[in-house]
Ligand binder design. Structure first.
Ligand code: HEC
Length: 153
């Protein structure tokens, strides 16, 4: 019943070549778009985190759904990371990130890997809170690891 197909394309989180479609957006709008994606991710992460901590009732199917949501929205991030957004005032992406795209890409990959694991394990029969908690924490830690290095605040 929980066996859903976990289709998450996490490859190429950060585009290195300009994509024609992202040329359709203004830099300011791309930053709003990016931040909105992160807000959607944050809502999923909040629900997952609360379940891992036991603040809300554990629901295996909901974990799987939230994990899939994270995968679906996070794959849109790549097109918001275009160099034209570098000077946008409201962006909290550190300028230094542009000099270390490989490093930031690694953080993105670590997040993608942790998320893939959560999607896989939460789709298995018998998935329970004991299995969920460490897998969720790993995803949340991967968010923070990137923020620590590449986000201002
Ligand atoms: C590979 C790096 C990276 C990963 C992984 C990452 N973030 Fe972020 N996050 C950023 C950067 C950079 C910004 C700032 C973007 C900007 O302002 O241009 C940001 C911004 C945010 C914001 C603020 C959005 C706003 O309205 O300004 C939230 C909330 C957030 N991230 C949540 C998350 C959550 C939750 C996860 C994990 C599920 C996550 N992020 C994973 C790099 C990352």
């Amino acid at each position: 019943m929980l066996k859903k197909i976990a289709l998450v394309a996490m490859g190429g989180l950060f585009a290195t070549t300009a994509m024609a479609q992202s040329d359709l957006f203004k830099a300011d709008d791309l930053v709003k778009y990016r931040q909105s994606i992160y807000q959607v991710m944050s809502a999923q992460a909040t629900v997952l985190g609360a379940m891992a901590k036991g603040d809300t009732e554990f629901d295996a199917e909901a974990v799987h759904e939230r994990a899939l949501n994270l995968g679906n929205v996070s794959k849109l991030l790549g097109e918001t990371y275009v160099p034209a957004t570098k000077g946008v005032k409201d962006s909290n992406l550190l300028d230094s990130a542009w000099d270390d795209l490989d490093g930031m890409g690694e953080k993105g990959k670590a997040f993608g890997g942790a998320l893939q694991e959560l999607i896989a394990v939460s789709g298995e029969e018998g998935f329970d809170k004991k299995a969920a908690a460490p897998a969720i924490v790993k995803v949340l830690k991967s968010c923070k690891a990137c923020h620590d290095d590449y986000r201002a605040d």
